[in-house]
Design a protein around this ligand. Structure first.
Ligand code: ADP
Length: 177
């Protein structure tokens, strides 16, 4: 499934992936929480929470970077998705696209060649998967068209149903593209 270039969609626990960087769905205070954030912190060890809290804050749509500590991934990029119920429709998609764009830009600055994203914002933050996967795939294709690193983008889904949404969003974007 992994080609080393372009977009790959997998169903997996993101903490197990052997990529240069994994992305965390963090909260804006960078205090380790539940969901994918909890799983990443558990796998990385307590040093990750310390590194996050030393940074202290990340506005919605922005991204910050820490080491991966005990993870296979060398880096963790923490980005803060919008809470669906707190934003109007336009703002949600703009802010979610910013999460992907800013994470990819930060990854590029740090020489990351392969990066894995969870389905940002679609857990506790309540963003509908159908729109979220379009924002994710659109931002990834824009990035890859620009030719910058990272050249390998993995969408790490936690369910078969999420993976199916991502696959059809990718097919649709490629058909239109
Ligand atoms: P948010 O607060 O941004 O909504 P969540 O962590 O609640 O973030 O959920 C984001 C997505 O991450 C959801 O699709 C959830 O099922 C998924 N997820 C949870 N744990 C993991 C994991 N270990 N690996 C990959 N994805 C995960």
């Amino acid at each position: 499934m992994r080609e080393g270039k372009g977009i790959t969609i997998v169903k997996a626990d993101i903490t197990t992936l052997d990529v240069d960087a994994i992305v965390n769905a963090a909260n804006s205070r960078l205090i380790p929480g539940g969901g994918v954030d909890g799983a990443i912190n558990k796998a990385a060890g307590p040093a990750l929470a310390e590194a996050m809290m030393a940074i202290g804050r990340c506005p919605t749509g922005e991204a910050v970077i820490t080491p991966g500590f005990k993870l296979l991934a060398k880096h963790v990029i923490h980005t803060v998705a919008p809470v669906y119920a707190q934003h109007g429709e336009d703002d949600v998609w703009r802010l979610l696209r910013n999460c992907y764009r800013n994470s990819l830009a930060l990854a590029s600055l740090h020489g990351v060649r392969s990066i894995a994203f969870p389905s940002l914002g679609t857990g506790v933050y309540g963003i509908p998967i159908a729109g979220a996967c379009k924002a994710a795939v659109g931002a990834a294709l824009d990035h890859l068209n620009g030719g910058d690193a990272p050249a390998e983008i993995v969408f790490c889904c936690f369910s078969d149903s999420d993976a199916a949404y991502y696959r059809s969003a990718l097919e649709e974007a490629r058909r239109k593209g």
